[in-house]
Design a protein around this ligand. Structure first.
Ligand SMILES: [Zn+2]
Length: 492
């Protein structure tokens, strides 16, 4: 290991450690998380591990530390006995760690180091450091990835075996020792590093300062990592609901926080929030806010969203949010509310996939997702996408009062239809009800087909097909819907 690289990396970690409030939730929740899950994963108990407990652990809201583990839920549960065998072996301290890791990750599809090593850490917190994509990214940035092949001096690109893990783990131990912190805390530093790892230094500093500010606010033990609270009385109405600041280098305003810009506090409900182009009498200020919002969207700078919790009138919840999208037609922004600061690998660009051929009409993961997350819908996002893509008037009658326009699923949610916007259409509330009651459907050429005994007039349908829309939904979805429509006709 080149000692210069090591020292540079150590200095970066030192600066991260200074940045993060020592009382930060991500540090403090260690004892609780270990207490919660140590029994489940211990060698003597893991053979009787319950599926529910594993699902629970994989979710950030319960492990308070690792995001995205739940993406592997389906794979891990495919053969649960096999997984339990693998974990039983992996936690057997009588066998050397190299061998244990190789055995476990080869035995179970989806059991990557990013999941296995947090489990090992839970069972033996002083011995096993975590290796995941965030840790690897840091090691790569500082030239610390271990050498894979001594002859060619080739380094690992990705650690996926026991030997590689052992080498990284020994460096993790050295970091922890030099920083006088535990492996858990060290792991949190890699998380923060992933959040600020932006190529523009000014943006990097801005995100750093937001993390620092937020950590000071986040004091309540019972809140999630990315949610803080303040007293309502602390808000100054003169702030106008939005804080804008200017960054010198990118020469653009960026917003820090938003609340109340439509005259009411946003309610604390879903995972997404729609927010209007600011409507203020001062055009210059409105422009500033608008550019402030588009630039935080462009640079993926997290913002603070102030939300009202109806169950507690004196307090306001502050949640981390990312502005994900803007609909220039409706002048609306879509804000994704998060449980923690996003890391840059999670804020990766979502390419416009609307016309992409790969369309999966069904979402079989939905049951798993529902079991994991208390149901906080993504309906806001689905509606936002639908209105942006197809326009904001009813697709069969043209009614265009936006308040009454809803997003209808073509393949219904009850049939596991996906939230992909290609499986949806904008409809007024009336036509949405009629569509859901199978009064009408569409054939694959988007022509309206109608239930026996009704006609276009009786249903107030003024469009015979969907060709007037600026985009068309997916053909497969329309076909599936037609099948359901026909089946319904027969059973009625
Ligand atoms: Zn309508």
């Amino acid at each position: 290991m080149a000692s210069d690289n090591y020292n540079n990396a150590l200095n970066e970690l030192k600066s991260m450690l200074k940045l993060v409030n020592q009382e930060a939730k991500i540090f403090k929740c260690k004892d609780k998380v270990i207490k919660d899950f140590k029994n489940d994963f211990s060698h003597s108990n893991v053979k009787s591990l319950k599926e529910e407990r594993l699902k629970c652990f994989l979710h950030m809201r319960n492990n308070h530390h690792w995001t995205g583990l739940d993406r592997q839920t389906k794979n891990l549960l495919q053969n649960f006995d096999n997984l339990k065998d693998a974990l039983y072996y992996a936690t057997d301290e009588a066998i050397n760690i190299e061998q244990r890791i190789d055995y476990a990750i080869n035995k179970v599809n989806g059991l990557k180091l990013g999941i296995l090593t947090p489990i090992l850490m839970i069972t033996n917190e002083d011995k096993y450091g975590v290796v995941n994509s965030k840790v690897e990214a840091f090691f790569k940035d500082y030239g610390l990835m271990p050498i894979k092949n001594k002859k060619s001096n080739e380094k690992y690109k990705h650690i996926n075996n026991g030997i590689g893990y052992e080498q990284i783990n020994s460096i993790l131990h050295k970091f922890a020792e030099d920083l006088s912190i535990c492996l858990w805390k060290l792991d949190a530093l890699f998380f923060y590093y992933s959040c600020i790892n932006h190529t523009n230094n000014e943006i990097r500093d801005e995100i750093k300062s937001r993390i620092g500010t937020f950590d000071k606010l986040n004091k309540d033990e019972n809140n999630f990592v990315g949610i803080a609270e303040i007293k309502k009385t602390k808000l100054k109405p003169s702030q106008g609901g939005i804080t804008v600041k200017k960054l010198k280098c990118i020469n653009e305003p960026v917003i820090l926080s938003i609340y109340n810009i439509e005259g009411n506090f946003y309610e604390y409900t879903g995972n997404y929030l729609e927010c209007s182009y600011p409507n203020t009498g001062f055009q210059a200020k409105a422009d500033d806010i608008f550019f402030g919002m588009t630039s935080v969207m462009k640079y993926k700078i997290p913002i603070f969203v102030l939300l009202e919790d109806k169950s507690c009138n004196s307090k306001i919840k502050i949640q981390i949010g990312l502005i994900e999208d803007y609909d220039s037609n409706r002048h609306k922004f879509l804000i994704h509310l998060l449980d923690n600061f996003p890391s840059f690998d999670e804020t990766r660009d979502k390419n416009e996939k609307f016309n992409d051929d790969e369309f999966e009409p069904f979402d079989y993961n939905d049951d798993v997702k529902k079991a994991l997350v208390k149901i906080r819908g993504n309906q806001e996002k689905f509606r936002f996408d639908i209105l942006k893509i197809y326009g904001n008037s009813c697709c069969v009658c043209g009614f265009n009062k936006e308040k009454a326009i809803e997003a209808a699923h073509i393949i219904p949610k009850s049939e596991k239809g996906t939230d992909d916007p290609r499986n949806g259409l904008p409809m007024c509330a009336n036509h949405h009800r009629l569509f859901d009651a199978y009064y009408f459907a569409f054939d694959k050429d988007t022509n309206v087909i109608i239930k026996k005994g009704e006609n276009l007039n009786s249903l107030n349908i003024t469009k015979e097909n969907l060709k007037h829309l600026k985009n068309l939904p997916n053909e497969k979805a329309l076909l599936e819907r037609e099948k359901i429509f026909n089946k319904y006709k027969l059973t009625e």
